[in-house]
Design a protein around this ligand. Structure first.
Ligand code: GLY
Length: 351
């Protein structure tokens, strides 16, 4: 069972210090996985607060998706073997979703599974990627093709790390937060929309904690993603396809969270038409999305390229493209087949 240290009035790193000084970690050796950004901006803060990490060995990997490579995982296994790391070893993953995916994968596989601690440093990591035990590597550029479910021993959410991030990274995380509140909490959805519409990207730690708690509760019900956890994919069938399509020549590359945010717009559009979602939810969300990013304009030809990716989505069934839609805020419907002409229509209505 994962212990989640949520932001509160008492420092999260202080609480992590107390947990790691306890009996459960008596015989542990710690290896810290960082990238060049978290090495400079976050590692000194972490080490200054957590005594047991003073002596940790650290391993630096490339920043971003580049680190989610079998060759990098293999280097990490070799480093652990060369250091005689045993099954009491703990990997501490300090970074965004790519670091927690890689570090979780290595922890799941080394000696058939060792403990790991996720310390997310991005907003998307704090509210989504670091929570829930999904780990993954990419194969020849194809995202998340191999992986394990391996729950972290601890997730420690320290919101002061957000001060090191550019606005674009905060915006990515905000879209995932909007998604989680759409499925899990109406008043937080409305209040986050108001904050964004007022022009502020300054988030209350309590809002981040609430979002992380919603995801944690969903994962607890369905840790291996066999049913109810699919609701977390709201906006993602479109989002993954838009992210892949945005790498085509002539397109503007979209970060994951932003692609999901645009995917949410298509999803809400379809939800109004197919499930009777209140149109004011779509209107409100559109205003928020326009405040955060410039919405792309897709041609009919572009929609064919996007549909080609959507046809490959892991959640499709019986040859149909399946989406999660909403009949109301907090009322998601999973595995809904959506005809391709309706998907095309939603994509053409983005802007
Ligand atoms: N990011 C979706 C999930 O963890 O299930």
């Amino acid at each position: 069972m994962t212990r989640t240290i949520l932001p509160s009035r008492i420092s999260s790193l202080g609480r992590l210090n107390r947990v790691l000084s306890g009996k459960t970690f008596d015989n542990s050796r710690f290896f810290l996985i960082v990238d060049e950004n978290t090495y400079s901006h976050c590692l000194p803060i972490l080490i200054s607060h957590v005594d047991r990490l003073h002596q940790a060995e650290f391993i630096e990997v490339p920043a971003g998706e580049e680190c989610k490579d079998p060759a990098i995982a293999s280097q990490l296994w070799q480093t652990l073997l060369d250091s005689n790391a045993d099954r009491d070893t703990v990997l501490v993953n300090l970074g965004g979703g790519c670091i927690t995916d890689l570090g979780g994968f290595v922890a799941a596989s080394y000696k058939r599974g060792i403990r790991h601690i996720n310390i997310p440093t991005t907003l998307i990591g704090m509210v989504d990627a670091a929570i829930g035990g999904k780990t993954a590597l990419n194969i020849n550029g194809s995202k998340n093709q191999v992986g394990f479910f391996h729950q972290p021993a601890i997730v420690c959410i320290e919101t002061s790390f957000l001060h090191t991030l550019p606005d674009a990274e905060i915006i990515n995380g905000l879209f995932e937060m909007l998604k989680t509140f759409l499925i899990g909490n109406r008043s937080h959805f409305q209040s986050l929309c108001q904050t964004i519409l007022s022009g502020s990207l300054d988030l209350q730690p309590g809002m981040i904690a609430a979002c992380a708690e919603i995801k944690t509760a969903i994962v607890k019900q369905d840790p291996r993603d066999l049913g109810i956890r699919h609701i977390l994919n709201l906006g993602h069938t479109f989002g993954h396809a838009l992210e892949s399509f945005s790498r085509h020549p002539g397109q503007t590359p979209l970060a994951h969270g932003t692609a999901v945010g645009i995917g949410l717009l298509c999803t809400l559009y379809l939800s109004v038409r197919k499930l009777g979602l209140d149109p004011s939810v779509l209107q409100n969300y559109r205003a928020v999305a326009e405040k955060l990013v410039t919405l792309p304009h897709y041609t009919l030809r572009d929609t064919e390229g996007i549909l080609a990716y959507m046809r490959q989505d892991k959640k499709n069934s019986g040859g149909d493209i399946c989406c999660v839609l909403l009949s109301d805020i907090t009322a998601p419907v999973i595995n809904l087949p959506v005809p391709e002409n309706e998907i095309r229509d939603a994509l053409l209505k983005i802007s």
